[in-house]
Design a protein around this ligand. Structure first.
Ligand SMILES: [Zn+2]
Length: 288
């Protein structure tokens, strides 16, 4: 069981829906945000029961269930599905600047864009949404410039630096000062649960020598053979990327919740061997 609240996050219940927020971000009246758990919808089986995926091949669910589940998400954000805008995630570092014209894309009408793993906007009353089942959700809030960003940062997105791309985009397009940003890292795989082979570890080391300090290795017995496995701390690598980009260390909030070790609360791609639903991260600026 996860804690109901810590200094960093709080677990909320609204009807049947359970979701998490960052305490620090809750203090801003113009901002709404959340990370869903697996409880709050009406899906069944491996998607039981608040699946927010949409037929990516891993979420064997019905369109009717998804429609209901999206409506619950929107209600928790204090809005309606036609005011949500969804990513089209393919582990890229592509970030879309969301405008009023995008309202409803991915929820009540087609997205008409592909390969979008990050969303950024200064529009009010539009909820950005990304989805997750082990991959990191990274939240970006500029309380001075009034800009929000949301990134899907799995290991590939983390390796390729989608968080650095987001900070850069916020600077260039919206004039954000990185020192003003408050960033949050949602539930995902902890270091011990992000087990990889040498080839993936090497990619992280090649990308940045400093990543070696966030990795450890262990010899395990697999299929009767001794193999070396690597364990990489993506939460620390994200923190490093963000501080490299000028975000202040004290403004980086990590929930520290492992999806694979909390299957009673979260979907987990690794924990459910690929047969799972998807949770969602969402952020919205409202009128002050
Ligand atoms: Zn874990």
């Amino acid at each position: 069981m996860i804690e109901k609240e810590t200094d960093i996050y709080q677990l909320h219940k609204k009807g049947d829906a359970q979701y998490l927020t960052f305490r620090r971000l809750d203090q801003f009246p113009e901002l709404r945000h959340l990370f869903t758990t697996r409880w709050g919808g009406r899906s069944e089986g491996p998607c039981e029961n608040w699946n927010l995926g949409y037929g990516t091949g891993h979420d064997p669910d019905t369109p009717e269930n998804r429609e209901y589940n999206v409506a619950v998400l929107a209600a928790c954000m204090g809005t309606t599905p036609d005011r949500t805008v969804w990513t089209q995630q393919t582990h890229t570092t592509n970030i879309r600047t969301v405008t009023e014209e995008d309202a409803g894309r991915g929820a009540v009408r087609p997205r008409e864009y592909t390969d979008v793993d990050g969303l950024v906007t200064c529009c009010r009353n539009i909820a950005l949404v990304s989805h997750h089942a082990d991959c990191n959700a990274v939240y970006f809030y500029d309380p001075v410039g009034h800009v929000i960003g949301l990134a899907h940062s799995g290991w590939r997105g983390t390796l390729d630096g989608i968080s650095r791309c987001m900070v850069q985009k916020m600077e260039e397009e919206f004039g954000t000062c990185p020192g003003d940003l408050i960033c949050g890292i949602g539930p995902s795989l902890c270091q011990d649960c992000f087990e990889v082979d040498r080839d993936v570890a090497d990619q992280f080391f090649r990308a940045d020598e400093r990543n070696r300090q966030y990795a450890k290795s262990r010899t395990i017995l697999q299929d009767g053979e001794e193999r070396i496995k690597y364990y990489i701390d993506l939460w620390q690598i994200l923190r490093k990327d963000l501080t490299d980009s000028g975000v202040r260390d004290e403004n980086i909030l990590t929930m520290g919740l492992c999806t694979k070790e909390n299957l009673d609360m979260f979907f987990s791609h690794r924990g459910q061997k690929g047969w799972r639903g998807l949770m969602a991260a969402s952020m919205m600026l409202i009128e002050d």
